[in-house]
Design a protein around this ligand. Structure first.
Ligand code: G
Ligand code: MN
Length: 401
């Protein structure tokens, strides 16, 4: 392998020297003695190594600057830069490949430098080719192991940094938690209640989906759920005339004993609270779901199936949860005045809801035309930007809506 070939053999690719060209490990062989160079190059090449040769330390450094080697094998006593000086120069460049030093005349001084530069081994000449190859094999294997350790350590450090960032982001978002409320109105436009929605003043997680995602990654969903419920309850508590409070539950919340605590702030309002459950965060994994829902009903809560028709909440969820409220996903609302199929779908869902004894809320109403069709289809309750955008406690409903 000539220096100008520029071939770079990765350390990791060198796991098995001698097997196939692609996995060939590379060796830089440095010696001022041509006889030694020829003999060892031949031995290393036939052992499967890609070998570059250099006759001086300076030449060796040039090679190292132009290519990467898995192992350097160098004589110590050479004119100009000695092998032990070459070793230190390699380390000064931040390179950590194993370096094998060979010498016919070992001195304490060179041995000290060899130790200082963490030479892989210190071989004394005359040196048998087989021994050189065996030592080179050992060096490559050790280099591979070392670089794997380095890689693993780097990955671990990176993962820790990402984890720390998620934790910090979540903590910042939670500290800046803001609950906004969106009115749920009757056909007449009168306020029936408000849905509490999650927001944060921490800009990076301003999108609630990102906020929830960070909470999940940071293991903070339970903490966030409690914070939302407590804040929503606190805002609604002082004024019973505000009506019904709709609160979104995450599957994780259903596993939190705090949700079932009679003394939790939200529980004290239970008769005025509808807990919205969506399959968006799968509830299928909750084994004792039915009994948990029963406990919530015992506390006085009502249950809503959220986002029905969005592809998350299937009709079988209605049978499973027997909800008091069914919230139709906004995809059914959008342009319903212009889409007969959506009209037929909603018109068929309303009697099903009535049969189950559930109220229907149409979500995402943005125009009066959508509102009119939804009311005609039998939806008693409506929600959407047309009436009011979500806002701080409590947004006014548009006049005349
Ligand atoms: O999944 P759930 O139905 O709880 O989601 C409510 C979300 O829908 C809130 O984030 C709220 O901001 C948004 N939203 C409420 N009303 C409307 C609306 O009329 N149009 C649109 N596009 N989004 C709405
Ligand atoms: Mn909802």
């Amino acid at each position: 392998m000539g220096m100008d070939s520029g071939q770079v053999v990765s350390v990791l690719g060198a796991a098995s020297p001698g097997v196939g060209a692609a996995a060939r490990a590379s060796v830089l062989l440095v010696d001022d003695d041509d006889g030694v160079l020829v003999a060892f190059e031949r031995a290393l090449s036939s052992a499967g190594y890609a070998v570059d040769v250099a006759r001086t330390g300076t030449e060796a450094l040039r090679c190292i600057e132009g290519a990467s080697y898995d192992v350097v094998v160098s004589d110590i006593v050479m004119p100009g830069m000695a092998g032990d000086e070459l070793l230190l120069a390699i380390r000064e460049r931040g390179l950590e490949m194993p370096v094998l030093l060979m010498t016919g005349s070992a001195t304490l001084e060179t041995a000290i430098r060899a130790v200082k530069g963490s030479a892989f081994t210190y071989l004394t000449k005359p040196l048998d080719s087989d021994e050189l190859v065996a030592e080179t094999d050992r060096a490559v294997a050790q280099g591979v192991a070392a670089s794997q350790r380095r890689l693993a350590a780097e990955k671990l450090a990176q993962a820790r940094a990402v984890e720390r960032e998620v934790q910090e982001d979540f903590a910042a978002a939670l500290a800046a938690l803001k609950i906004v409320f969106q009115p749920v109105v009757e056909g007449s436009g009168a306020v029936y209640g408000y849905e509490a929605l999650l927001r944060t003043g921490y800009q990076k997680l301003a999108n609630p989906m990102l906020f929830l995602g960070a909470a999940e990654k940071a293991g903070g969903l339970t903490m966030l759920g409690r914070a939302v419920r407590d804040a929503a309850a606190e805002a609604m508590l002082p004024d019973p005339s505000r009506g019904v409070l709709f609160v979104n539950l995450h599957a994780t919340d259903l596993l939190d004993e705090n949700l079932y605590d009679v003394h939790a702030p939200l529980s004290t309002l239970a008769a005025r609270v509808v807990l919205e459950i969506t399959e968006r965060a799968s509830i299928e994994g909750i084994k004792d779901l039915e009994s948990r829902i029963a406990r919530l009903r015992d506390l006085g809560f009502r249950i809503a199936v959220d986002d029905l028709g969005a592809g998350y909440a299937g009709l079988s969820t209605l049978a499973q949860l027997r909800p008091e409220v069914i919230k139709l996903d906004m995809s059914l609302t959008r342009d319903i005045d212009q889409e007969p199929t959506k009209q037929r779908l909603v018109s068929s869902l309303v009697p099903i809801a009535e049969h189950l004894g559930a109220q229907v809320v149409a979500e995402g109403v943005e125009t009066s035309a959508e509102r009119d069709v939804l009311i005609r289809a039998g939806c008693q309750l409506l929600q959407g930007y047309y009436f009011a955008r979500p806002g701080p406690a409590f947004p006014e409903v548009r006049a005349g809506a």
